[in-house]
Each structure stands twice: as C-alpha cells, then as structure tokens.
Ligand binder design. Structure first.
Ligand code: GLV
Length: 379
C-alpha cells in the first residue's frame, strides 16, 4: 500500500508494521501482560452507539476549541510517546511540525529521542512537555527549567508509572533494559533498509533529554538503564506540590482512573487531568479509559479540564470521548502509526484522517460545533 491509498488509521498501522523493525513497532502496538485493558479501551469505545440526526443545517461545521486557554483547530492533540525518534529518524521533530501546522497540541515525552531544545529549535514552540518525576530531583528540576526556557506551554505530569507494567512483547523482542540485540532483531532490521538508512543518517539516536545531563552515561543503553532505576515507586502527591512550586504554567496530571485521584489532582493545583490507563500499558485488568471518564468528569470537570486517552483511532472515537464530557483527547498509537509510515507527512495524514472523520460524524449527528457535542449524541 502506498501513502496515497491510505484511508484510515489501520492502513497507517499496516505501513508502520512494514517499515519499522518489529521491536519498535510492537513497543507501541502492544500492552501490559494479557493486553486485556489494551483491548477494552478499543472495545468499549466502539460499543458506544452514535445517534443519527437529520435535517439540521450542518453546512458550517466548526472543529475549533480551546484547551488550557489556547485556541486549537481540533479537539485532539498528540500524546507523549517515548522513543518516537526510533520509529522514524528525528521523529519528535516531524511530529511536532505536523502538530504545529495542524494547529493542535503536541506533547514531548521525557523519554524522547530529540531533546526539548532540539524540538523547539527545529520544529518551533510552544509545545507541551511530559514529565517523569524521576528520583533524581536535581535532574527533574533542571528538566522543568529547560521546558520553561524552551517556551513549553504546559507540563504534563505522568503519575501512573511508579513501576513498569510488564509487556511480554517487549521482553521477547529484546526491548528490555539493557536492550538485547538478538539475531532475529538484526535480521528483522536488515529487511527494513529504508528505516535503517534513515537512522544511520541522523545524529539523533539517544535519549535526548538525558544525554549530557547524567554523569558517566552517554548512550541509549546506559541512559535507558539509568532511567529505569529512576522510576520512583514512592511517588506521591507531595511530589506534585513540589513540581507546582517550580513550574509557573498549567499542570496536567496524566494517568487518572479514579474519582478520588481526580480530587487529589485538583487539590494539588492541576489545571487539567488526563483520564488514562496509559493505553493499556500499565495495569492490565484496569477497565477501559472510556468507562472511567464519566465519573471523573462528574467529580472534577467543573474545576479542571478533563482530557482523555486510550483507544482513540478515529474521529468517531473523538466524538464519543467528547460526548462523555472530555474537553479534548490525545492520540498516541494513531499518530505513531503515521510517523512510522512516513514521518511528518504520515503524522499529517493521521491528523487529517481523524479530523475529517470527526467533521463527517458531527454532520451526521446534527451537531455543528465542539460545544454542541454532548451526551445527546450517544444512544
Ligand atoms: C512509557 O511510558 C511506555 O508506556 O512505554
């Protein structure tokens, strides 16, 4: 399949699988343990029926909305995804450029290949920065300062990774700490010369935000090992209070599934919450993100902006998420499939596919603006 025959996100996924070595494709495609939560995210979204309405003037569909005080062209953004620069050379720069052109938010992961400064210089800013509150508080403080200096407009604090949920596929593929270079990986990579040549040409093949900031660690393997030891199982709301004191802009807490935790997030001064089970990559057995959304909107929706991720692969899904009360949503795998398939053009394609699907879905449900989307569109 060529890019000009792509009509949906699944087509981009197929191209991504063809173009990128299996270990990196499956790192994004897979989930924790039995992958029950990964599947539930998709299944529960698809189960939500949309109510067809007719004879409403839908000649002027408007997809614009405001998230965290900024006006965006679409009610979704690009989720923070680690190692995107291994899906495509300079991947985060490509994704950020596509997001800026589409006027949607882009969130850069702490575990990105291109650094904060690099993305700001090459793609432009503002973008959002996703923070892992590692044990090394000096490093975290510096990271927050670097994000501010790069003009990042929001800090997304991920709180659902005190430990890693095991992903069987990653372990089997050698995507472990330290990474295992298996014969199968080497053969698999040689079968993908386009990817290989691209990665050989770029100078960006390290954890960009960590490189040069951790003494004695200077490559992907040693910095990856360091990052794994930096996950903080004792993380608590006190850490968010500390971060609050260091960051002047909006804070969004990502990884909330329980109303009681949403309440704590509001108390900690967060302007936003991302309802998320980390795309089914952490607690296997957790219910779908969409099933957790209504109670969190009820608990905290008047005090914080509720964002959402988990299973969104289409404009129909965006409609379902907004109908249940989210202000906006984040797409992760859906855009990474585009990135792996074709860099910036692939990400632009993914954004365009979902935007068009959303506009058509709104028209067929008889709603014209994002503000008009509500529970009435769900059957
Ligand atoms: C890290 O956040 C991951 O999901 O791999």
């Amino acid at each position: 399949m060529a890019m000009n025959n792509v009509t949906c996100i699944e087509d981009l996924r197929i191209l991504h699988r063809k173009r990128v070595p299996r270990a990196f494709f499956e790192y994004v495609d897979g989930g924790a343990y039995s992958e029950a939560t990964l599947r539930a995210n998709r299944d529960d979204l698809e189960r939500l029926g949309l109510r067809q309405r007719v004879m409403v003037d839908v000649s002027g569909i408007d997809l614009r909305t405001t998230i965290l005080g900024t006006s965006f062209a679409l009610p979704f953004g690009l989720a923070p995804i680690g190692l995107a620069g291994l899906q495509y050379p300079d991947g985060e720069i490509h994704a950020c450029r596509a997001a800026i052109k589409a006027q949607i938010p882009f969130a850069l992961s702490t575990a990105s290949i291109c650094s904060i400064e690099d993305v700001a210089r090459e793609a432009g800013s503002p973008f959002w920065f996703q923070l892992y509150a590692y044990k090394d508080t000096g490093f975290v403080r510096a990271l927050i300062e670097r994000a501010a200096a790069a003009n990042c407009s929001a800090l997304i604090v991920t709180v659902d990774v005190p430990v890693f949920g095991q992903r069987h596929r990653d372990l089997k593929n050698g995507m472990s700490v330290p990474p295992r270079l298996t014969l199968r990986n080497a053969y698999d990579t040689l079968k993908r010369p386009g990817w290989l040549l691209g990665m050989m040409r770029t100078k960006r093949a390290n954890l960009g935000n960590l490189a040069g900031h951790v003494e004695g660690k200077d490559n992907l393997a040693s910095l990856g090992a360091w990052a794994a030891t930096q996950l903080n199982p004792s993380l608590s709301w006190k850490d968010v209070d500390w971060i609050r004191g260091l960051w002047k802009g909006p804070i969004v807490i990502k990884g909330i599934m329980a109303p009681a935790d949403a309440r704590e997030a509001v108390r900690s001064g967060a302007q936003g919450i991302v309802v998320s089970n980390h795309g089914g990559r952490q607690l296997d057995g957790a219910p779908s993100s969409i099933s957790a959304l209504p109670a969190i909107v009820q608990e905290a929706g008047s005090e914080a902006e509720i964002l959402f991720d988990g299973g969104v692969r289409s404009g129909q899904d965006v409609m379902r998420v907004l109908a249940l009360g989210a202000k906006g949503c984040l797409i992760g795998r859906a855009y990474i499939h585009g990135l792996g398939a074709g860099g910036e053009a692939g990400v632009a394609k993914a954004i365009d596919i979902i935007a068009r699907e959303l506009a058509t879905t709104m028209a067929l449900c008889g709603v014209r603006t994002i503000a008009e989307i509500g529970p009435q569109v769900i059957i």
